[in-house]
Design a protein around this ligand. Structure first.
Ligand code: AMP
Ligand code: ZN
Ligand code: FE
Ligand code: FE
Length: 284
């Protein structure tokens, strides 16, 4: 039996454009058997997704994607099956969500200062059901106002580091978060390790070995941010460090082009390893 497994997707609980129900229905329609819901820093979509997954006939893997920082660089940490009531984890996520939302007035002010007639209400309208307001929602507001054509253009022109609308925000320390996820019974996997801004030099085997010593369990190797050469290198590092290898779409609905559900997948035996680790760790 072959099984199609996509372990990293986003709903409107963070910055995806589909409700958890729509996302699970789309996953079934795309022929997926297993789908991981990994909204940024929030469990808010889990309950709705579980009901919808049952109806749609897909297996849900509950996860989150945590906004962390390593040596000054942004790194995203996937956490599978953590206890969503674990108080230190809940507190850490609340701090991240607050940092994301609380910088919004400053971003709007910076954009207005360069002549863009955007308001905080415009951004709030795009955030809708999301538990926090992030840059993708500002991007959506800029699209709606006709300032840019899509999210990518909004980031490239206004929202990425160094662009006029950029305002830094709090992110958790990566090593601390790895430990916290394990303490919460979850399985920590680094999302797109060599995606935006990071590479072999900043997050190579030595650094990953140090994180493995703190409980890091896996690497998301098959991701659209990685070319073939990066995937080969990361797979080799995962083998050397005995880390689980995952693959995913990082689907955001209409919010990210080229990230269709199932465009990358995880091997069934790798998912088994991940679920075994969750059982040992107390999650699942
Ligand atoms: P924030 O946490 O508010 O700083 O927003 C970060 C989120 O914006 C990331 O998790 C991505 O989903 C999205 N993002 C970051 N960079 C880009 C980019 N260059 N193009 C499109 N989306 C991006
Ligand atoms: Zn996102
Ligand atoms: Fe990410
Ligand atoms: Fe993601």
């Amino acid at each position: 039996m072959s099984s199609r497994i996509d372990l990293h997707t986003h709903s409107r609980a963070s910055d995806g454009t589909q409700s958890p129900t729509e996302l699970m229905e789309a996953a079934a329609a795309a022929g997926l058997d297993v789908v991981g819901l990994t909204d940024h820093d929030s469990f808010a979509g889990w309950d709705e997704a579980a009901v919808a997954a049952g109806r749609a006939g897909v297996a849900l893997v509950r996860g989150i994607e945590i906004s962390a920082r390593y040596d000054g660089l942004g790194v995203h940490l996937l956490a599978y099956l953590p206890d969503p009531t674990h108080p230190p984890l809940v507190a850490a996520l609340a701090r991240i969500l607050d940092g994301r939302t609380s910088r919004m007035p400053a971003v709007v002010a910076r954009l207005r200062a360069i002549g863009i007639e955007i308001t905080e209400a415009d951004v709030a309208a795009e955030a809708g059901d999301s538990v926090a307001t992030g840059r993708p929602h500002i991007a959506d507001a800029l699209v709606r106002l006709g300032v840019v054509a899509d999210r990518d253009e909004a980031f490239a022109r206004y929202l990425s580091a160094g662009r006029p609308g950029y305002v830094d925000r709090y992110a958790a320390d990566l090593g601390d978060m790895v430990g916290l996820v394990v303490a919460a019974g979850g399985v920590p996997v680094i999302a797109h390790p060599w995606g935006r801004g990071n590479d072999l030099a900043s997050l190579g085997e030595e650094q990953l070995d140090g994180l493995a010593a703190r409980g890091l369990a896996g690497l998301e190797v098959d991701h659209q941010d990685h070319d073939d050469a990066a995937r080969v290198s990361l797979r080799g590092i995962a083998r050397n460090l005995d880390l689980v290898v995952t693959g995913s779409s990082d689907h955001h609905g209409a919010g990210k082009v080229g990230h269709d559900l199932g465009c990358n997948t995880t091997a069934p035996e790798e998912l088994e390893r991940l679920l075994d680790l969750a059982r040992v760790s107390g999650g699942g």
